[in-house]
Design a binder for this molecule. Structure first.
Ligand code: KG4
Ligand code: ZN
Length: 331
């Protein structure tokens, strides 16, 4: 039995969680900084780092209390090394190092993107191999997850990430930050065929969302010339249709060509209802997606990832802002 405390501070969520044997969630505590950053229209790294300093110890205490455990019942400390904002990553990593040293527990570090995929192991019987669609605020990738030591990126975005496209369209429609959850909600009341937006045709398994974002902008500019109210729900539904269609199409094609019957969704955009529903309609596949609170950034996925493929780290280990999931998973 291995009980790990995970910490996550790669962006604007301060989180601590305890997971047993990579699958059983004993506690998951999180403070989102969204209300702090909303007035800036996006995450301000320095503000985020200061906020992590204020809350990380509270989250650690809360995670132990909720799991009804004391530190001597833990088997290790897990932490995100990157990618993410360097200043915020260092808060979690420093806290993890301090705990590892003072509690005399091994330090295990993980890649944030790999951790997003590992959220799918919590409370499930999922086993590799599978195809994973990782769709977050910073990344959009199709991964061939062969085993824990061999993960190949077979497609990725050439420009904006899917979540970034949601956030940019949310901003231009005046919906605030982050745009994803609001667009998801408004789209449910809109007509997905009201506007024909481009899916961003790119060869193979790669994606491009910047043309789609510009097409929405042009449509909004055109509609703004009329005296009628902007059909926000229809715009959201049509934008969401274009994004989800291309994500589903390319992931299914990858699964078919690799002859894999298991598809895994991960990252903040995996919480999107239309995306989930399109995948659920694809017959012949077992589709896994984490519950909503495990799609967006959290520490449970970090503890799970560390159990399955954590890197045993020394106390002088550094954080990194950019690194592909494949490199970290193989190192
Ligand atoms: O994985 P995540 O928490 O952070 C990163 O590692 O980037 O993902 C955050 C992204 C944001 O862009 C947010 O707008 C998007 O996930 N998101 C959604 C939904 N919930 C969060 N996008 C579409 N539909 C949602 N329901
Ligand atoms: Zn993330």
């Amino acid at each position: 039995m291995t009980v790990l405390l995970g910490l996550e501070t790669s962006c604007d969520e301060t989180a601590a969680a305890i997971v047993k044997d990579g699958r059983q969630l004993l506690s998951s505590c999180l403070v989102s900084q969204t209300p702090i950053h909303q007035k800036f229209g996006g995450v301000v790294p320095e503000v985020a780092a200061r906020s992590h300093v204020q809350t990380i110890n509270l989250m650690i205490d809360e995670a132990l209390a909720q799991a009804n455990l004391t530190y001597d019942q833990l088997d290790g400390i897990a932490c995100t090394r990157g990618p993410g904002l360097i200043g915020t990553l260092l808060i979690g990593l420093s806290a993890a190092k301090a705990l590892s040293w003072s509690w005399n527990l091994p330090l295990k570090t993980v890649d944030h993107l790999f951790a997003h995929v590992c959220a799918n192991f919590i409370n499930t019987d999922l086993e590799p191999p599978f195809v994973a669609l990782l769709v977050s605020g910073g990344h959009t990738q199709i991964l061939h997850f062969k085993n824990f030591d061999d993960i190949e990126i077979i497609g990725e975005t050439l420009d904006d990430a899917a979540g970034e496209a949601y956030d940019k369209v949310g901003r231009l429609l005046g919906l605030g930050y982050p745009g994803g959850p609001v667009i998801d909600k408004l789209a449910a009341a809109g007509n997905p065929s009201a506007f024909k937006f481009p899916e961003g045709v790119v060869k193979g398994y790669d994606f491009s969302f910047s043309g789609l974002k510009t097409a929405v902008l042009r449509q909004v500019e055109k509609l703004s010339q009329s005296s009628e109210a902007l059909p926000v729900e229809d715009l959201c539904a049509s934008f969401q249709e274009a994004v989800s269609k291309v994500l589903v199409k390319k992931t299914l094609k990858a699964a078919e060509e690799l002859n894999l019957k298991t598809i895994v969704l991960a990252g903040g955009v995996a919480a999107n209802r239309e995306l989930r529903s399109k995948f659920e309609k694809a017959s012949g596949y077992r589709v896994y997606f984490p519950s909503n609170h495990l799609c967006t950034d959290n520490a449970a996925m970090v503890a799970a990832a560390a159990f399955f493929h954590g890197e045993d780290s020394e106390l002088n280990v550094g954080a990194y802002s950019r690194q592909p999931v494949r490199a970290s998973a193989k190192s």
